[in-house]
Structures are given as structure tokens and as C-alpha cells.
Design a protein around this ligand. Sequence first.
Ligand code: KPL
Length: 296
Amino acid sequence: MIRRWHILGAGAMGRLFACKLLRLGLEPALLTRAGGRRRERLVLRLDQREESLGCDAVGVPALQVAEIEGLLVTTKANQALTAVQSCQTALAPGAPIILLHNGMGVLEALADSGLNLLAGTTTEGAYLDGNILVHAGFGDTVIGREGESAPRWFRSFASAAERISWTSEIDDALWKKLLINCAINPLTALHRCRNGALLDNPALRAEMELLCEELAVVSAARCNVRAASCALDWALSVVQRTAANQSSMLQDVLQGRETEIRYITGYLVEEARRLGVPCPRNEALLRQLDSAAVSH
Ligand code: KPL
């Protein structure tokens, strides 16, 4: 059993998982870029009720060699690679590293690193209201490595919440989330609208449907059979469920932060090229949203 998980990425999702582990009696530590060792208070709000939990926080420079037994990475995709590299010497040999972010491509970038990498995806809803962590909606988290069954430590990790499960088909799970993000995030970021506008505005809905047609063709070429027939239904059902949300990409654009577009639409477009399938609408969105292309 891994007693202490270190959590890299102290945003809403990182803090939510820290709270889950604390409630279980495990002792997670939040990693921060700078600073030493200290104690932080995490205030979690769920349905008007607030709960305050004490949690260790450690600056990456203060970590000792091989101190990390298990690492949960909850940074954005575009920060994950450098974040993992920044604490590589502090990893114990074979320590599992769970990458939990939107998009795909980081796992591949670290494929030759010799690290014990796992991927995950979550539909938990959480955001920070000042210093208060608001658990806005319960969701499911799946973690896994393609073709493998759950390792021994997974049982205690999974009991940190009812809705964490293992999958040996993680590629399908990541691809499904990728398609949902490809259908929703770039459009909402470009048009500065909440997710629900993709249903309410006929022009945006038509645009999303055309994007999903391309996503279906790429999925079919990739042999993701279910995704090929369900891409639009999946996107529509998430839009419905999250109608009032600002997508994470819209939030990034509004706050002038780099977006995850290269790991979302960028990954899709690369896959399409590899397979020789055209996807001009997704390519156009990638061009429009890439790098500093979005101005205020
Ligand atoms: O994952 C999301 C995101 O905003 O990044 C969705 C599911 C689209 C919810 O907003």
C-alpha cells in the first residue's frame, strides 16, 4: 500500500483528490513549484456545507531523493511533461505516476523515460472559488494501463472515492474523452460561450455536428469502433450535462493562459495525418486556437 501520494498540480482537481485521500486516512502531500515543507488548510464546499482539512504541502526543491512513492499529476496537459521531469530524482524506483489531464500525447512523450506511467480520466467537477474548493459535481474516474490488470496498490487508492475504477482499455477511455473535448472545448473557446450554447445556437450546433463527423471518421480509421458511431451522442450528452459550464479551454483563453489545444485537437489532427484521413474543420480550429492566436 502506498501511504503517501504526492500530488503535482495544486489546482481544483489536485486538491479534490487530496481531500479524498485525506478522508481515507492517507497522507497526501501537495507539491508546489517553490517553498519548503508546510501545512495547508483545504476548505471543501459541497452542497453549501464546508469542511476544512489539513494537508501537507512540499516545494519540489525540498523533496529528498526517492521520497515519492506514488505521484498523481493533475496539472494541465501542457505542463505535465516538465512537471514530471522536475521531480524525477525524487521518485522512488518504480513509483507509479498517474497522469490525469485532458488530451493525449504526454504518455507518448514520456514513453522512453523508463517511468512507471499510468493514465486516467475523470468527469469529476470542481473549481476554486478564491481559496475554497467547490465540488460542483460527482463524476467517474478511470485509471489504467492498456492490457494490464490493476496493481496491488490500486485497491487502497480506489477506495478513496466510490467512483474510481481500473480499466485495461485505457486507450478507449482517453480517446472518448479526447473526442468530447475536441467537440466542445475549441468551439466554446473561440466563440467565448458556455457549453450549453452548442445546443442552443443552431449555427454552433451545426458546426459541432460537422466536427463530430470528422471525429467519427478518424475513430473508424483508428479502429475505435464505438467512438466511430457514438462521437456525436457523447458530445451532446456532455453538453447537456454541463450546459452552464465554461469549458476549461474557454477559462484558459479568458485568463490569458496557454490552452491544451495541442494535446486535444492537435493530437487528433496528428492521428488523422498518421492514418491518412482528412479533418479540415479540426485543422482549422487548431490553427485558430494554437499558441497566442487567441487575443482578447
Ligand atoms: O472536460 C471538459 C472541459 O471543460 O475541459 C468538459 C467535459 C468539456 C466540461 O466542460
